[in-house]
Design a protein around this ligand. Structure first.
Ligand code: G4P
Length: 288
């Protein structure tokens, strides 16, 4: 399976982001907690150098808690603050503010020594499409926020959302495109739904998912897709497992044959919806 991307979009977005970077203290980067590495564009490390860095591992309601801890540790070792989050819920937002303040403590202290008080920290949200940027901004800003409008000296057209007396957020997130020379990265992005399904071969995707689950999460498929009459033998070849899923879920085509396409779509859909449990598709590579 070959995945394509569109560098034209990326160049424009990157230029915009370079401009926006000049206005902020802190980069809030959202990644998908199910693929914390593959859902990042590594260009952000260059774009955001000299800025404070906070990584939000979003959709953590769908990811493996043990892996969340490993990834948190991994990013912390690389100088980033990290929070695991479900951006749809407002519950974690207080923690985000606390960590924002912690990440920018040095700047706040420096300002204070110079007699500058009440200058809010300025932050910008970035991430690949569909990672939850708008959801996060909505939850974080909530109803109480006020747009501060244009201010003299600030690039015209920029809107800042005042979150509280300490933090202002640029209201438009920065979009980074996923980057992959490596096809496994493309595959993982496809599995979480970050690449349009129309350009994908859903059967191949399902087989790849089965293979991955067989290795990393044994028991998950048979738990979900066994029936009383027919236990799913998940250690079989991926195509046979898919046939088992088709039979057990009554995905049958006209000639009374298993409908692989339908079963594949069902499996991918249930995985994305968290029905197979909390699953993370990649582990941190140490020493890299
Ligand atoms: P973007 O701005 O980065 O492009 O992403 P956006 O906020 O539009 O979110 C993309 C999808 O991800 C939305 O689902 C959103 O509800 C979902 N989402 C965001 N954060 C989380 C999270 O922490 N956990 C889970 N499980 N889902 C999250 P959608 O299906 O496109 O829209 P909707 O059906 O929710 O309206």
């Amino acid at each position: 399976m070959q995945f394509q991307w569109y560098p034209g979009h990326m160049t424009k977005a990157k230029r915009q982001m370079q401009e926006d970077m000049k206005l902020i203290d802190l980069v809030i980067e959202l990644v998908d907690a199910r693929i914390p590495q593959s859902s990042r564009n590594p260009d952000i490390d260059e774009l955001g150098k000299n800025k404070y860095r906070l990584i939000l591992m979003n959709k953590a309601d769908l990811s493996d808690e043990e892996r969340n801890r490993e990834w948190t540790e991994y990013f912390r070792e690389r100088g980033c603050y990290v929070v695991c989050l479900d951006a749809r819920s407002r519950a974690g937002m207080k923690q985000v503010t606390n960590v924002v303040m912690e990440a920018c403590r040095e700047k706040i202290e420096r300002d204070r020594k110079r007699g500058i008080v009440n200058r809010p920290v300025r932050a910008m949200v970035v991430g690949i499409p569909n990672v939850g940027k708008s959801t996060f901004i909505n939850s974080y800003a909530g109803k109480a926020c006020a747009k501060t409008g244009n201010k003299p000296g600030v690039t015209r057209g920029k809107q800042w959302i005042r979150l509280n007396k300490n933090v202002e957020l640029l209201d438009t997130p920065g979009i980074l495109w996923p980057k992959f020379e490596d096809q496994t990265v493309g595959l993982r992005l496809a599995l979480i739904g970050a690449i349009k399904d129309e350009i994908l071969n859903i059967d191949e995707l399902a087989l790849a998912l089965i293979k991955l689950l067989q290795k990393e999460y044994p028991g998950v498929l048979s738990d979900r897709y066994s029936t009383e009459e027919q236990p799913l033998r998940e250690e079989e070849e991926p195509a046979d497992v898919l046939r088992g899923i088709a039979e057990n879920r009554k995905c049958i085509s006209r000639g009374n044959e298993p409908d692989y396409g339908k079963a594949a779509a069902l499996l991918i859909d249930e995985f994305r919806g968290g029905k197979l449990g909390k699953i993370t598709l990649e582990q941190p590579q140490r020493g890299g």
